[in-house]
Design a binder for this molecule. Structure first.
Ligand code: SAH
Ligand code: SF4
Length: 382
């Protein structure tokens, strides 16, 4: 494992210019029209050029936008900025997993994890909130109180930080390493649907980062009343943190189950827009020793999912300091997987990646504490 501590970027909090990151393409054109007095046609043309520079080529300076006249470049620079998140820490695991601790504002920190693929595909796991309001008992993030939702800009900045680091510019090149985005970092994405929706809009745009919606997966603990909207608005793939096959146990492991139980959750899955055998829902199941890992539970899992186009992901539990669970023994996981396999679900065990840098599922937690707004403002002024 190697760790690089990177000192603060000179980015100043006094910069009053509007950030372009986080605007949709339409939103960008609208800003240009309003701020610079461009006609709709001009604004559309300029926004297209800028979009390509920012999201296809990864430039952060208007001066690099060589197909835009100098005077206009200067004007753009007067009004706007193309920021990057401050990388507080970057760790590279023995297995190639890269964990980034990013700071967006004083006291607002979140982690993103890049998991390179064995073949071509690599995934970036992004956070949607700082902390989480839910308290799943096996999850480290769940021990951190919610500080706030991340904005669309802050979600996109996670992707840009990774693309800068692995030098994945232009976005449209052939041998891409970053092909998938998973919302499986810190927080519950369905409590931040607006931010997630806008971020997906930007990330999936074909003239920019160009990661298709079919390669973007949103994982939820089961916020049933937002699931349909998620599908309609984002067309993203859905992953469900199931983890138990009966309500009594799921009430403990994933307490939101007391509000929406397994039956309600599976009903919402059956109604998830766009689901088919080619677009299956992923069910995540963390393997907890002596808690949820019996043969009977494996059979029950298969029974519950009957009729839903599903993939099953068995996740070996990743321990964290003072966690009350242990990971199931390997032969137990294999026996469980065997039952699931025989029911027609292929190779479902997810090998833990980046454990040595605390980057594996459920290990993410930052030191951001909930602060009073006045404290945050005071820090911003120092
Ligand atoms: N809040 C969302 C997304 C973030 S959690 C959700 O709960 O789905 C991403 C995945 O990691 C979830 O399936 C979660 O249940 C799982 N996870 C959490 N803690 C874990 C741990 N310690 N070991 C293994 N997986 C864990
Ligand atoms: Fe929050 Fe997901 Fe962790 Fe549960 S598993 S506490 S919903 S981040």
């Amino acid at each position: 494992m190697s760790t690089t501590l990177i000192s603060a970027l000179p980015e100043t909090d006094t910069d009053q210019r509007t950030s372009l990151i986080g605007l949709t393409r339409k939103g960008l054109a609208k800003r240009l029209a309003e701020d610079l007095g461009l006609t709709d046609k001009e604004a559309r043309m300029r926004s297209r050029q800028i979009w390509g520079w920012v999201y296809n080529f990864g430039v952060t300076e208007f001066s690099a936008m060589t197909n835009i006249a100098k005077g206009m470049r200067q004007k753009l620079d007067d009004w706007y900025r193309i920021p990057r998140a401050e990388i507080v820490e970057r760790q590279v695991s023995r297995d190639g997993t890269r964990k980034y601790l990013l700071r967006f504002a004083p006291g607002i920190e979140a982690e993103a994890v890049f998991i390179p693929g064995v073949g071509r595909a690599g995934s970036l796991c992004v956070s949607s909130q700082v902390g989480c309001t839910l308290n799943c008992t096996f999850c480290h993030t769940g021990t951190q109180a919610l500080v706030r939702n991340l904005t669309a800009e802050e979600i996109i900045l996670q992707v840009l930080a990774c693309k800068d680091d692995i030098e994945e510019w232009p976005s449209g090149k052939d041998d891409r390493q970053l092909t998938n985005i998973v919302f499986m970092g810190m927080g519950e994405p369905l409590y931040n649907l607006d931010g997630v929706d806008t971020a997906i809009n930007v990330i999936s745009d074909g003239e920019g980062i160009s990661i298709s919606r079919r390669r973007i997966t949103v994982s939820t603990s089961g916020i049933v009343n937002q699931m349909h909207d998620l599908g309609e608005r984002t067309e993203a793939m859905l992953a469900i943190s199931l983890h138990a096959t009966n309500d009594e146990l799921r009430d403990v492991l994933v307490p939101i189950n007391k509000k929406w139980n397994i039956e309600a959750l599976l009903e919402a899955c059956r109604n998830y827009p766009g689901t088919s055998n080619a677009r299956r829902i992923t069910f995540e199941y963390v393997m907890l020793k002596g808690v949820n890992d019996s043969d009977a539970e494996a059979r029950e899992l298969v029974r519950l999912l009957k009729g839903i186009p599903a993939k099953i992901n068995l996740i070996p539990f990743n321990p964290w300091p003072n966690s009350q669970y242990e990971c199931s023994d390997w032969d137990r996981i294999e026996a469980f997987a065997e039952i699931v396999n025989r029911a027609g679900y292929a190779s479902p065990i997810r090998t833990p990646r980046g454990r040595d840098v605390g980057a594996a599922c459920g290990q993410l937690k930052t030191d951001s504490l909930k602060k009073r707004a006045s404290e945050v403002r005071a820090e911003a002024l120092t």
